[in-house]
Design a protein around this ligand. Structure first.
Ligand code: F6R
Length: 237
């Protein structure tokens, strides 16, 4: 793993956006895997700014998001589709038809099979952006007895529900299920960019970088990938 320590959230976001921009400039029709959550917001803001300055062109880029809550419509302000539209897609020249996120309203099993097939038909993921859950989840691959190979429905853990409910008015409104790329789907990406911010992620980052590789701490599997870049704030180490 290539580890880049930075001094601030802004620097992390700047470096992550630079790396993504370089990959798009190298391959204009890049298949870019994206994440939601607090961590990548600054990266998306930087990408919007780079687009406005003419430094990056998204016209041919294809995107696939890691996950979506089950039961939320794309219009719901809590859906990941809404997050991506408002944080990034609405502000750049990407073709909306080239942006893909699992549909939280479809039959779960059918939608997961369709989504996995879609990623295959795009030729796989060139660069996957990841955030890190406190419990080691990547996408919504929660700690488990075994790694999930493909996109699949999941029951969210109490830890994730508590962590993500901050974005809902009431914890009861937070969906209990989600659709997520599998660990296998993520590991097949050509390149992975993991961004980590906040002292609360210290133990999770330590386990990711040097803990035992085990499915009850899913991010540890990244140690086995041949091309992972980690950009993390110095105080997370
Ligand atoms: C979101 C996702 C999650 C988040 C993780 C960290 O699409 O896949 O794995 O990356 O929960 O979230 P934040 O960045 O909010 O701490």
């Amino acid at each position: 793993m290539k580890i880049i320590r930075v001094n601030s959230y802004e620097e992390m976001s700047r470096k992550a956006a630079d790396l993504i921009g370089e990959e798009i400039n190298r391959k204009p029709d890049l298949v870019l895997g994206l994440a939601t959550g607090s961590t990548p917001k600054g990266t998306y803001a930087q990408l919007v700014s780079d687009y406005e300055k003419g430094k990056v062109d998204f016209s041919l880029v294809r995107t696939v998001n890691l996950d979506e809550y089950a039961g939320l419509s794309p219009e719901s302000p809590h859906s990941y589709r809404y997050f991506m539209n408002t944080q990034l897609f609405d502000h750049i020249n990407i073709d909306p038809a080239n942006t893909h996120i699992p549909d939280g309203l479809s039959d779960e099993e059918e939608e997961c099979a369709r989504y996995e097939q879609l990623i295959t038909s795009l030729g796989g993921i060139d660069l996957q952006l990841l955030g890190l859950g406190h419990n080691g989840h990547i996408g919504f691959n929660e700690p488990a007895d075994e790694y999930a190979r493909y996109t699949h429905p999941v029951e969210l853990t109490e830890s994730t529900i508590q962590a993500n409910s901050r974005l809902f008015e009431n914890v009861r409104d937070m969906p209990r299920r989600a659709l997520t790329m599998g660990v296998g789907t993520i590991m097949q990406a050509e390149r992975i960019l993991l961004i980590v911010s906040g002292e609360g992620k210290r133990e999770a980052l330590k386990q990711t970088l040097s803990g035992p590789i085990r499915p009850d701490f899913p991010a540890s599997v990244l140690q086995l990938h041949r091309d992972v870049t980690v950009i993390a704030e110095a105080d997370v180490f």
